[in-house]
Design a binder for this molecule. Structure first.
Ligand code: NDP
Length: 327
């Protein structure tokens, strides 16, 4: 039987999502990779329990995480019921719908039909009565925003989600969505977007500034650019890396493209007394505008490396300039 560490709240910091009452750990864990049917259950248990022992109270999922789609939720549900169940009220569990999930016209995008049936399926796979956060996973250019936001609102009214979030939205669409959700009195608290030293889209598409202005939280996904912003690919591509074992979205060509920047950034990190992964996470947390960095991990050692990022999240102007110049 698993008993969580009594010290689990001693070193993690927790940041408020905008003006809401909800706080997230500065480092959260996502189950996009490493929690599919091909992964070892023993490794998944070790990673989740170790994360919780270190104060990581937030686990992020989506209907389609696997492979195959749904597998991560099923695996998480098993581990939750066998290891973490007694800590349910200490956990923030999120899921999403918005990408292709099942065949036919009702298993994709942002219709009310899709979102609400997908949430029912997710709850079933995870063995939960409710999730803490339910996200719309991506903007849908063909469905009225009122319909999609209405579906998120219904999820809350039905008691199946405590809060709602938007993922992969841009600044202007966030603003329109936020107005609708405000009218509905829906507890919308968080934006989930890709953000890293290598991908600064949210600084250019208005999302980061608008979230701040509207007092909504941001959680940054793929903060390590799927491992590129670590020492993973510094000296070649090892057999157990994501590129080799699950290269659905990360390829050898990405390593080649970013390698010279990785080398330069690694030197800057060392001069700060950090690993590159630690510096990459600190960089996101530097200005207090991002509540949490949403990492992935294939090993407990990676979690431990990444957690040390919290020891130093301030940067001199010169360090920031050198980081920009290295990219
Ligand atoms: P990261 O950028 O943190 O990449 C994680 C990967 O980097 C790990 O699986 C591991 O890869 C490697 N890694 C992590 N730490 C270290 C370390 N210290 N040293 C060396 N290598 C390391 O995040 P992800 O891309 O995994 O995304 C995180 C989460 O964000 C997802 O699980 C999901 O919850 C969310 N997400 C949301 C999306 C959305 O559209 N809303 C889209 C994508 C992700 P390796 O296998 O090589 O060991």
């Amino acid at each position: 039987m698993y008993l969580a560490s009594a010290q689990r709240y001693q070193s993690m910091s927790y940041n408020r999502l905008g003006n809401s009452g909800l706080k997230l750990p500065a480092i959260s864990l996502g189950l996009w990779h490493n929690f599919g049917h091909q992964n070892s259950q023993e490794d998944m248990i070790k990673i989740l329990c170790h994360a919780f022992d270190q104060g990581i109270t937030h686990f992020d999922l989506a209907n389609n995480y696997g492979p195959e789609p749904g597998a991560a939720e099923s695996n998480f549900g098993y581990i939750l019921s066998n290891y973490l169940k007694q800590y349910r009220d200490e956990l923030i569990i999120s899921t999403k719908a918005g990408y292709t999930m099942w065949d036919g016209p009702y298993g994709d995008w942002g219709s009310r039909k899709y979102l609400l049936s997908s949430l029912d399926q997710s709850l079933k796979r995870m063995g939960l009565e409710y999730v803490d956060i339910f996200y719309h996973h991506r903007m849908d250019p063909n469905t009225d925003l009122e319909e999609t936001m209405g579906a998120l609102d219904s999820a809350v009214r039905q008691g199946k989600a405590l809060y709602v979030g938007l993922s992969n939205y841009d600044g202007p669409t966030l603003e329109r969505a936020c107005a609708i959700l405000k009218d509905l009195h829906t507890p919308f608290v968080i934006n989930q977007n890709r953000y890293s030293i290598f991908d600064r889209t949210i600084e250019h598409n208005g999302l980061k500034a608008k979230a701040q202005e509207l007092h909504k939280g941001i959680i940054a996904f793929s903060p390590l650019a799927q491992g590129l912003l670590s020492d993973r690919y510094l000296n070649g591509i090892s057999e157990d890396s994501r590129v080799k074992h699950d290269g659905r979205f990360l390829h050898e060509s990405d390593v080649a493209k970013y390698h010279s920047a990785i080398v330069k950034l690694n030197d800057i990190a060392l001069s700060r007394g950090q690993s590159l992964a630690q510096m990459a996470l600190s960089w996101i947390l530097r200005d207090g505008q991002v509540a949490s960095v949403l990492i992935g991990a294939s090993k407990v050692a990676q979690l431990n490396d990444n957690l040390k990022a919290l020891n130093n999240t301030s940067f001199s102007d010169e360090e920031l300039r050198l980081i920009d110049a290295a990219c």
